[in-house]
Design a protein around this ligand. Structure first.
Ligand code: UGA
Length: 434
């Protein structure tokens, strides 16, 4: 099938590449000339495990093209995906200006039946707005479909190739047939394609992310209670998660969720609810809990140093908002850095992928170590903010020899509490005995 993807950000690039990988002829459009040049020359612009190989192969085999011309893209694709940013506006609602501008332009360009698909996370009612923006300029037949994406950064290729489900919001039979054919290769194992109306599809995306954020915040509160009551959150998590109705996943407590999706989507759903005259109480609490959770380790750190962090030096492992990505948007590590520096401490950081992004954002607020062990030199304690695999089985002797104290504050529960005690560490984590 001939496919066009407008927007070569994270979602657009994964979508375009994975459709090319299944034999489709894909053109990706972006207004950023620099980016399009890079991509056309085989230089991938995001870090996502497994994507580069597919990108290079499909570029070489001529199934993947990049252009800055929307007209060229619109001419090419029978289906046109809109994978454009929807950043939060000042009031927390999603800013639709990028999407509506492209919709407006498409209305002026299309000269044949097109299926135009909202892939971005957009508030309920956006498909209608896109429909109206296009219809303003054309009498050509077209359908606007909502097809939210459920990719997780770090495992996006796998999530795209083998989705748990594909959600397609359209009431048009013609569009339904096109979309069914397009996604058939991805659901061969029997996972469902769920057809529904546009609004239900739009809300499904927000409901899914908000529910997962709720699950995490709930467990973060249980972790606090575990510490207060002397229970162990690892045990409680397993006990609870073994119930199929609850499930084992997304029950890991820590120093809060981050990233470009959960914080933004929870906020946007709260805003949509307010606009509909409804106070979504649970989600307001989820946001509050997450704000507090990002600094969960601070009182523990302060207490250890008698509430005086002036002149103390910390090593911090992990900057990305989660492992296997260089994405630092809403990363809890950044909040930790701010709090430590504000309290008068200095911080040396290490992350396998996200150092350059952090350097660009906060410059010399911290020092950047060449590796995880160098990071420890002269530090009074190690703080862990992201659960990268390379941090899971470190050389504890080396750590102990480098740090001034055998002291670790772990925001991701990487190590076994009793093992750390055996090794002579003072080890504090989330929801488990110190
Ligand atoms: C999330 C959803 O999982 C995807 O399904 C969705 O497509 C995507 O948002 C999106 O809307 O685009 P992502 O933001 O890549 O994906 O990351 P997740 O793996 O969901 O992690 C989000 C945050 O929750 C991370 O900060 C992670 O550390 C935290 N988390 C996750 C926990 O604190 N505990 C857990 O048990 C799981």
């Amino acid at each position: 099938m001939k496919i066009t993807v407008v927007g070569t950000g994270y979602v657009g690039l994964v979508t375009g590449t994975c459709f090319a990988e299944t034999g489709n002829d894909v053109v990706c459009v972006d207004i950023d000339v620099n980016k399009v040049n890079k991509l056309s020359n085989g230089q991938i612009t995001i870090y996502e495990p497994g994507l580069e190989k597919l990108f290079e192969r499909n570029l070489k085999e001529g199934r993947l093209h990049f252009t800055t011309s929307l007209a060229e893209g619109a001419k090419h694709g029978e289906v046109i995906f809109l994978a454009l940013p929807t950043p939060p506006g000042e009031d927390g609602s999603a800013d639709l200006s990028y999407i509506l501008r492209v919709a407006d332009d498409l209305g002026k360009i299309i000269d044949d039946y097109k299926v135009i698909i909202d892939k971005s996370t957009v508030p309920v009612g956006t498909a209608e707005l896109v429909q109206a923006a296009i219809a303003k300029h054309t009498t050509q037949p077209f359908d606007v479909v909502s097809n939210p994406e459920f990719l997780r950064e770090g495992v996006a290729v796998d999530d795209f190739m083998k989705p748990d489900r594909v959600v397609i919001g359209t009431r048009s039979e013609r569009a339904r047939k096109v979309m069914g054919e397009l996604f058939a290769p991805f659901v061969r194992q029997g996972n469902p394609i769920l057809f529904m109306d546009e609004k239900s599809a739009e809300l499904t995306k927000y409901a899914a992310n908000s529910f997962l954020a709720t699950k995490i915040s709930f467990m973060n509160e249980i972790a606090i209670l575990c510490e207060k009551l002397g229970a162990d959150v690892d045990m409680v998590r397993r006990g609870v998660g073994s119930d199929d109705r609850i499930g084992k996943r997304f029950l890991f407590p820590g120093i809060g969720y981050g990233g470009s999706c959960f914080p933004k989507d929870v906020q946007a759903l709260v805003k949509s609810s307010e606009d509909a005259n409804y106070n979504f109480k649970i989600l307001n609490a989820v946001m509050d809990v997450n704000e507090r959770q990002k600094l969960f380790l601070m009182p523990k750190i302060s207490a250890w140093f008698d509430n005086d962090l002036k002149g103390k030096h910390f090593a911090l492992w992990g900057l990305a908002f989660k492992p296997n990505t260089d994405d630092i948007r809403e990363a809890p590590a950044l909040y930790m850095i701010d709090a430590l520096v504000e309290a008068g401490a200095t911080v040396a950081v290490f992350d396998p992928e996200a150092m350059a992004n952090v350097k660009r954002l906060i410059g010399d607020k911290v020092t950047y170590a060449a590796n995880q062990y160098e990071c420890l030199t002269n530090a009074d304690a190690l703080v862990i903010a992201t659960e990268w695999s390379v941090f899971r089985t470190p050389d504890f002797e080396k750590i102990g020899n480098s740090l001034n104290n055998k002291l670790i504050f772990d925001g991701r529960n990487l190590f076994d509490v009793s093992r750390m005690e055996e090794l002579g560490y003072h080890y504090e984590s989330v929801g488990r005995a110190a």
